[in-house]
Design a binder for this molecule. Structure first.
Ligand SMILES: O=C(O)CCC(=O)C(=O)O
Length: 244
């Protein structure tokens, strides 16, 4: 396992709620992943948010020493993989994910949820790069509504089965959350070069806008971790797996 952060980096993550870390992946590692994604795959590897449990390339990224090792430093404990996502946003209007807090999507107790979002292309404001609201992780869980700008953001609603530690089950309607009353001047549009990543807490407001470039795909890979011992309520992603 390789630790990549200085104590100052860890401090900045806790102060701002996010941290940009360059050079998590090499060009060769990214090329291998993108080539893999461009080929047909056996159906048993295609497991949606749980693809890291079956697809060797997804598992490779989610357990990568620089990614999972940094998560271990930031969590101060063993990182467990909750879910993985390949976020392929094409040029000419590929839509973004409205600005939200991940804790809305993934209730967990105690709340140790965090993410690593890895740029697989050079990303910035013009191709729908990741945006964050620094310090927002200290201001609690915000009110939300459905996305208000359909040109910029995807919209969906789905019902999810939940289960607590005592085995009690219930359903919850989840939807594409958009934080209400967000001050646009507080949104920072990050520039993250290919291979770099952004680590952020589950309370940090983040998301992205559409990719309005004409020729620059915005591909990213995101892994969500919790610290070992955390209970994840959503049944579809409850069986977390060790990252290291
Ligand atoms: O890629 C994006 O635009 C947003 C990703 C995101 O919301 C996440 O990784 O939690």
């Amino acid at each position: 396992m390789r630790s990549t952060l200085t104590p100052e980096g860890v401090e900045r993550y806790h102060a701002d709620g996010y941290l940009v870390v360059p050079n998590l992946l090499t060009d060769q590692e990214i090329d291998a992943f993108l080539a893999h994604e461009s080929e047909p795959k056996p159906p048993e590897w295609q497991k949606g948010l749980l693809s890291h449990t079956a697809d060797p390339q997804w598992k490779y990224l989610a357990t990568h020493p620089c990614v999972a090792g940094t998560a271990q430093q930031l969590l101060a404990g063993k990182p467990m993989i909750v879910q993985t996502m390949y976020l392929n946003k094409p040029p000419s209007g590929g839509k973004g994910i409205s600005l939200h807090q991940d804790r809305h999507y993934i209730p967990n107790e105690p709340n140790t949820l965090m993410a690593c979002w890895i740029a697989l292309d050079d990303t910035d404001e013009t191709n729908g790069g990741l945006c964050v609201v620094p310090g927002s992780h200290r201001e609690g869980l915000r009110e939300t509504h459905l996305p208000r700008n359909p040109d910029e953001h995807v919209t969906w609603e789905t019902e999810h089965l939940m289960r607590n530690r005592d085995g009690v089950e219930w359903t919850e309607q989840l939807y594409s959350y958009e934080v209400a009353d967000l001050n646009p001047t507080q949104i920072v549009k990050l520039t993250v070069p290919r291979g770099g990543g952004v680590f952020f807490t589950s309370m940090t407001i983040h998301g992205s806008y559409a990719n309005w470039s004409t020729d620059r795909p915005r591909r990213a890979f995101a892994v969500h971790y919790v610290k070992e011992g955390t209970w994840v309520s959503r049944c579809d992603i409850q069986n977390v797996t060790p990252a290291l």
